[in-house]
Write a protein that binds this ligand. Structure first.
Ligand SMILES: [Zn+2]
Length: 302
């Protein structure tokens, strides 16, 4: 037997712990797309996406586990589990769109920091995926043996990139950049409940955020790099490098936040080639259109 504390809880469907950022996110997600988005034991969520390029549904079973090009029977089975709205014939009314890793040539995980303005994007190129991407990319600079290859690796895209931005809340105001970096790499992230808001933040990064000044940045420390290596393990000869960056607050006022904004750029690069924040900034600006492509965010029309 179980007891219902109040009928209001049942009919208004207000989750009992609405203050919890994760619960709020669940409500936002359900509003944005009609699916259950169950959490997995690893902290990710299950999602049934639709890839408009190969015109098949694909299943994100966890942060790192994807089942691509589902048959209609598989999709119907998973869709039923996730309560995705289906027609009588087993096809779907509408699934959230995301280019599948196979068609994109990379895994692109777009997350938010629930409860504050901020987003975290992990781009991880699939091996030998260059042929499917819309721009020529070298996805295997792990085999960098000659001087020639080494110099050309600078002009190509690294196999993994992590970009994060987050507001520094008032109680974090006394934290150093390094402490904020630790928080940004360890705070719980979730699927964006409001995709428009994330797209808008990234458009700001693409169009408004000027190149950094050296005195606004500092390199990532050992604890940051260890966390990144946990996310994507470097292949031999490669290593994570990156920077924390606090741009002037006057810039972030366009995002309607009164809190300082902290950014983190990191990439998997040849260990022998120390990078600069300017290089990572440039790489990220080049990668952003592909993130928009992955999420199928159209250019806003004037
Ligand atoms: Zn596809």
């Amino acid at each position: 037997m179980f007891r219902i504390s109040s009928l209001d809880d049942v009919f208004n469907a207000v989750p009992p712990h609405y203050d919890d950022g994760r619960v709020q996110q669940q409500v936002l997600l359900s509003r944005e797309f009609s699916q259950l988005f169950p959490e997995t034991i690893y902290g990710g969520r299950q999602v049934l996406w639709w890839c408009p390029r190969c015109a098949t549904p694909w299943w994100q079973a966890d942060h790192r586990l994807f089942v691509l090009r589902l048959s209609s029977q598989q999709a119907a089975y998973i869709g039923h589990q996730l309560h995705a709205p289906m027609r009588q014939d087993g096809t779907f009314h509408e699934l959230p769109m995301r280019i599948c890793p196979d068609c994109l040539g990379a895994v692109c995980v777009i997350d938010t920091y629930p409860g504050r303005l901020g987003t975290q994007i992990l781009w991880h190129a699939l091996p030998d995926a260059a042929s499917t991407s819309s721009e020529p990319l070298t996805t295997d600079p792990g085999i960098v043996t000659t001087t020639d290859r080494r110099s050309s690796a600078r002009d190509t895209f690294p196999p993994a990139f992590l970009f994060a931005m987050a507001e520094q809340t008032p109680h974090e105001g006394i934290w150093s950049l390094a402490q904020m970096g630790n928080a940004m790499l360890t705070m719980q992230t979730d699927l964006p409940g409001e995709l428009d808001a994330v797209a808008w933040q990234l458009r700001w990064v693409e169009r408004t955020l000027p190149p950094p000044r050296a005195d606004e940045c500092e390199p990532l420390g050992a604890s940051h790099l260890a966390r990144l290596a946990y996310l994507v393990e470097p292949m031999p000869g490669m290593g994570w490098q990156g920077f924390l960056w606090q741009p002037p607050e006057t810039l972030s006022s366009a995002l309607f936040t009164r809190h300082p904004l902290i950014l983190l750029h990191a990439a998997l690069l040849p260990q022998q080639e120390p990078t600069t924040i300017f290089h990572l900034y440039t790489l990220w600006q080049r990668l952003l259109p592909r993130v928009f492509e992955a999420a199928q965010w159209e250019e806003p029309h004037a």
